[in-house]
Design a protein. Structure first.
Lengths: 428, 166
């Protein structure tokens, strides 16, 4: 009977049932099997309200939506172009940097391709980058920057791990530090590949001090944002949630009151769209807390660990297995659901292999980043296909070389823990 | 008549959501400001966290209206016509059913906290904020039931609507 229900749930999943309902159904089934009342699920769901960092998710999401609806993407591209456009392969570098910054601020909800990719794709084609390279670059870059604060998946992972109460743990502040060097590695590798594949000429744009100052002046309201968000958090002036509060308030005032790029009439619909995403994420997070409770109560992580431990004896073999598993997971599930469902199971297993949860988090997110543009469910493939009116398969093929560049980065990140843990004050 | 009530409900929902979002932003910024001047307000923190729950539930309710809930859509992308209709009826009625169960379960939580007199802050009982859970899930059940019988515009789907400002 139980298996029949599980099979039914899987069938419903395949036909597009909302994930939160599927997770809730599994949690309810588990509660029923262990003779608990369904109220337990509501109690666990309500534990969302206990997390002091959770508020960062709606605040950063709102800030991201406001920014992408304003003229910020255009100004960001202009500044980056003025700064780096003169390099060999400069436009490719510009695309990579602008996408990374924008994704970090909009939380990888797919708007990067629409807001930045759509601006840069014509510019790349005009500068005689091949169609295949340009499409691959903008599609791949849509998920770049996931490892940089304030990307929502990074925050989400920190919140989930902290709720587990393991030792060692990896809160949001730890994840912020852990993501820096691995994120830079990915940027650097892609930029190098971009420069290597660029058309053979000296530069895409000529450098001009005048254009640089003009573009900086143009972006004068946006420029302080990364400085006080990153600076404030790194130097310890603000907690992550406080940086979120200041960012959201600042962005709201700048876009609506100072620049007036979003009219008061349009504001509710922009806010609503941001809240729809927040609602979708938090609903899944809430029911997953319930599922985690059920799984831990039934000793599932121990059992998986026992099974894995029997077959995989050392840390390195486990890491290799983890990479394969996460790659497949990233192909099937979106990053938010994958994080809230899998992190509670993976963290205890990883710790028993001597892997720090912050390192695991970086490996996890880096793999998921690849999943964004791998078929069959890579969200960015569909968004790019919609935006550039190109078949998904063509895009997937265009992404192949970028996939291997980033895969190499993922392997470095996996087998070189210091890269992730260097900035952390941790005891192994 | 039904359509008018639904539209009225949607407008009310939009206005309430926008107000809550702006309150959250300003409240959270105020809290940081107060902390910088070493002046903390004890009740502000739990109230803001309760506000996040309200925003999450109302956001989820709006997401149900626009089919924005996260799902696996590799297969449904290939469906159209009759098969899409059947798939939507099955999956959305399932989501509606689960929402009913969640509404009842969270009503249990509300009753529990009301009887035990759990407080959110010194003056606000916890169930005042928790009431959004049964209400939200209840309305979501209603909305999923309605959406089960509607076939969405194939062009839009789950693609975000944000377009660059030119």
């Amino acid at each position: 009977m139980t298996w029949l229900i599980v099979a039914l749930i899987i069938a419903l999943a395949a036909f597009g049932a909302p994930l939160f309902a599927l997770i809730a159904a599994l949690a309810l089934l588990g509660l029923h099997l262990s003779d608990y009342e369904s109220t337990v699920l509501a109690v666990e769901f309500n534990r969302l309200a206990e997390s002091p960092v959770l508020i960062a998710i709606p605040l950063f999401t709102i800030a991201g939506y406001l920014l992408s609806e304003s003229g910020s993407p255009k100004r960001l591209v202009r500044v980056t172009e003025a700064l780096f456009g003169w390099l060999h392969g400069g436009l490719a570098v510009v695309a990579i940097l602008a996408c990374a910054v924008f994704t970090a601020f909009t939380g990888a909800s797919g708007v990067t391709i629409l807001a930045i990719g759509a601006l840069l794709y014509p510019a790349l084609r005009e500068a005689q980058y091949s169609e295949r390279f340009s499409l691959g670059l903008v599609t791949t870059s849509g998920s770049l920057g996931l490892l940089f604060f304030p990307a929502v998946p990074l925050i989400l992972y920190g919140i989930v791990v902290q709720s587990l109460g393991t030792t060692p743990t990896a809160g949001v502040e730890d994840m912020i530090k852990a993501g820096v060097f691995p994120g830079l590695l990915m940027l650097g590798a892609l930029a190098a590949y971009g420069m290597y594949s660029a058309p053979k000429r000296t530069h895409d744009r000529t450098f001009s001090v005048r254009e640089l100052t003009a573009s900086l002046w143009d972006a004068r309201y946006e420029l302080p944002l990364p400085v006080f968000v990153l600076g404030g958090v790194f130097l310890g002036f603000f907690a992550a949630s406080e940086a979120a509060a200041l960012t959201a308030a600042y962005v709201l005032i700048v876009t609506v009151v100072v620049r007036r790029e979003i009219s008061l009439k349009r504001l509710p619909s922009v806010l609503r769209e941001a809240m729809e995403l927040v609602g979708a994420i938090l609903l899944i997070l809430g029911v997953s807390l319930g599922l985690t409770y059920v799984l831990i109560d039934a000793g599932v992580p121990e059992r998986i660990f026992g099974f894995v431990n029997e077959h995989v004896s050392n840390k390195w073999a486990f890491l290799a297995l983890l990479n394969v598993f996460l790659l497949v997971l990233g192909m099937l599930l979106d990053i938010f659901s994958a994080t809230v469902i899998m992190a509670p199971i993976l963290v205890p297993i990883a710790i028993s292999y001597g892997i720090h949860p912050a390192h695991l988090g970086v490996i996890f997110l880096a793999n998921m980043q690849l999943g964004y543009f791998t078929p069959p469910v890579g969200m960015n493939l569909f968004i790019a296909s919609f935006r550039f009116k190109t078949p998904v398969l063509t895009l997937a093929r265009a992404c192949v070389p970028f996939f291997f560049v980033l895969l190499a980065c993922v392997l470095v990140i996996t087998y070189w823990p210091t890269l992730s843990l260097g900035l952390l004050n941790h005891s192994p | 008549m039904v359509k008018r009530i639904l539209r009225l409900l949607e407008t009310a929902e939009n206005v309430v959501m926008a107000l809550l979002a702006v309150t959250l932003i300003l409240g959270a910024a105020l809290q940081v400001g107060l902390r910088l001047f070493d002046y903390g307000v004890i009740w502000l923190d739990p109230v803001l966290r309760a506000l996040v729950m309200w925003i999450a539930m109302l956001g989820a309710l709006a997401a149900a209206r626009h089919d924005k809930h996260i799902n696996l859509d590799a297969l449904t992308r290939q469906l159209s016509g009759m098969s899409l209709r059947v798939a939507r009826i099955c999956t959305f009625l399932f989501a509606a059913g689960i929402s009913v169960v969640l509404a009842r379960a969270s009503m249990g939580l509300v009753d529990l906290d009301r009887e035990s007199g759990t407080m959110l802050t010194e003056h606000i009982p916890a169930w005042w904020s928790e009431i959004i859970l049964p209400v939200g899930f209840g309305l979501m059940a209603l909305r999923f039931t309605l959406r089960a019988f509607v076939v969405p515009d194939p062009d839009v789907g789950s693609i975000p609507t944000a377009e660059p400002t030119q």
